[in-house]
Design a protein around this ligand. Structure first.
Ligand SMILES: [Zn+2]
Ligand SMILES: [Zn+2]
Length: 252
């Protein structure tokens, strides 16, 4: 008798479950593609970020990733200032007066967990355009509203300076990506930026769009193809190096 009761309970449970599954399927098929995609896990590329500087999490909507950073990179530069363990001499750099440790470098950005690649492109603007894996900001090809050329002499060996806000990269950040396929960071549209080479082929990609982007596998996509940017393999102006990113964003 007891066993029969259990059996009936089980049958009711199975029946209820099958109804629930059916209605879920209906809901999924009517979801429009313009809605932001809910994710439950951070993209694997975020595991490459400097955990001393950054705190990265999915927000309560499940559609955005929040990146909080102290802005302080985990590599050497003249901009740490004498006395800091990561300070190095760079006699050729016309150092801007600010000392990194006295500035407030903290930045928080919120990006799409799944970039929207179907809309219009959006121009980059002056200020933080992304966060690098080191924890510091990425800027575009502008310096205080003008071209970068005039400020080029103040850039350190890794293409960065303080100007006078946060420490930021304009050029290929050689401290962690030097003519290779390393992850550089994530931009404000949620699209990842890689070095000049692509892990899919081991060489410079030849199918890049105007933003330096294309779709292929990367070392963080587990065999899946995904749209991403590369630092474009063309020496920029008088800098002797390569621009990190000029835009436009494709993922807004
Ligand atoms: Zn700058
Ligand atoms: Zn690529």
């Amino acid at each position: 008798m007891k066993n029969l009761f259990k059996l009936i309970l089980l049958m009711v449970a199975v029946f209820t479950l099958s109804i629930a599954c059916t209605s879920n399927d209906d809901a999924a098929s009517t979801t429009t593609v313009t809605e932001d995609e809910v994710v439950t896990e951070l993209h694997a590329a975020y595991s490459a970020f400097n955990t001393d500087a950054t705190t990265i999490y999915i927000d309560n909507t499940g559609t955005n990733v929040v990146i909080e950073t102290t802005g302080l990179p985990d590599h050497q530069t003249v901009y740490w200032g004498e006395g800091h363990p990561l300070y190095i001499e760079e006699p050729d750099v016309q150092v801007t007066p600010s000392i990194m440790s006295s500035n407030n470098n903290a930045v928080t950005i919120t990006v799409d967990a799944t970039p929207n690649l179907t809309g219009n492109t959006v121009s980059t603007t002056f200020n933080t355009i992304g966060i690098a894996v080191s924890g510091a900001s990425i800027f575009n090809d502008q310096e205080g509203g003008g071209p970068l050329d005039q400020a080029a002499a103040s850039l350190d060996y890794t293409g960065a300076h303080i100007g006078p806000g946060v420490y930021h990269y304009h050029l290929e950040p050689k401290a962690f990506s030097n003519d290779d396929d390393a992850l550089v960071g994530v931009l404000l549209d949620g699209v990842f930026l890689y070095g000049r080479k692509c892990s899919a082929t081991g060489s410079y990609p030849e199918d890049l769009d105007v933003s330096g982007g294309h779709t292929s596998i990367t070392q963080y996509t587990d065999g899946e193809e995904e749209y991403h940017y590369h630092i474009i393999n063309e020496v920029y102006s008088n800098t002797g190096s390569y621009l990190a990113f000029a835009g436009p964003y494709q993922g807004y």
